[in-house]
Structures are given as structure tokens and as C-alpha cells.
Design a protein around this ligand. Structure first.
Ligand code: 5GP
Ligand code: ZN
Length: 113
């Protein structure tokens, strides 16, 4: 499948991997918007939240707890961080493989643009 994040998960494209297990991989964003900007993705190709199925419930929970773990490892758990998933056109999604942005290391603005 011609999906850039599947290629990253399969190590066909190099990326700065910060975490990996059988189901999840996390890597540094190519164009970081914050001192810490990591993308956390399922290895399984799910387009976005609209595409997640009831059988993905455990995987979705695992993604959240993996983000918690990475935030602690990156030293931003106490200072705080933001987790974002952009879904679809108006959500600003540009890569059609579900991913969670973990952003931290600076004050975040709200509301998001
Ligand atoms: P979206 O706009 O879909 O929510 O986020 C896509 C993110 O993927 C962007 O922040 C973009 O910088 C990042 N990105 C796109 N292509 C690559 C790539 O080849 N490698 C890495 N590490 N990040 C990428
Ligand atoms: Zn994919």
C-alpha cells in the first residue's frame, strides 16, 4: 500500500523512532511544531478515527497509554503536553494513516487554529 506511515512502520522509510512494540510505533515529526513533536501511530493501517472499528478498542486504548509513557520518557509529563489527532479534510489531516501528535516542551496556545 502506498502509505508513507505504513512505510515508516515497515522501516522502508527511515524516521527517528522513539518507541516501538508489536502494535504501535512512535517517531519524531519531520517538521516539528514544538520542542517535543512525536507522532504515535498504530502499525495497522487505519485511515483516521472515522475508520476505527469496535475491534480496535484495545488498540486505541494502548495508543493513549503509550502516549502517556512517551510523555514521561520525554520529560514533559509534569510540565504538560497536548495530544491531537486531525481527522479528515476540515480537521486538517494530511497523512491518511491515523496518528496522534504528542506536542510539548513549550506553552501551547488555545483555541487551536
Ligand atoms: P496531519 O497534518 O495529517 O495531522 O499530520 C501529518 C504530520 O506528518 C505532519 O506534522 C508532518 O510534518 C508529518 N510528516 C509527513 N511526512 C512525514 C515523514 O515522511 N516523516 C515524518 N517523520 N513525519 C512526516
Ligand atoms: Zn498506512
Amino acid at each position: 500500500m502506498d502509505c508513507i506511515f505504513c512505510k515508516i512502520a515497515n522501516k522502508e522509510i527511515p524516521s527517528g523512532i522513539v518507541y516501538e512494540d508489536d502494535d504501535v510505533i512512535a517517531f519524531n515529526d519531520l517538521n516539528p511544531e514544538a520542542p517535543v513533536h512525536i507522532l504515535v501511530i498504530p502499525k495497522k493501517h487505519i485511515v483516521n478515527l472515522n475508520d476505527a472499528k469496535p475491534e480496535d478498542q484495545q488498540l486505541l486504548g494502548k495508543l493513549m497509554l503509550t502516549i502517556q509513557k512517551i510523555a514521561a520518557e520525554q520529560g514533559i509529563a509534569e510540565s504538560g503536553y497536548r495530544v491531537v489527532t486531525n481527522c479528515g479534510e476540515q480537521g486538517g489531516q494530511t497523512v491518511m494513516h491515523m496518528h496522534f501528535h504528542l506536542l510539548g516542551g513549550r506553552e501551547m496556545l488555545w483555541p487551536a487554529g
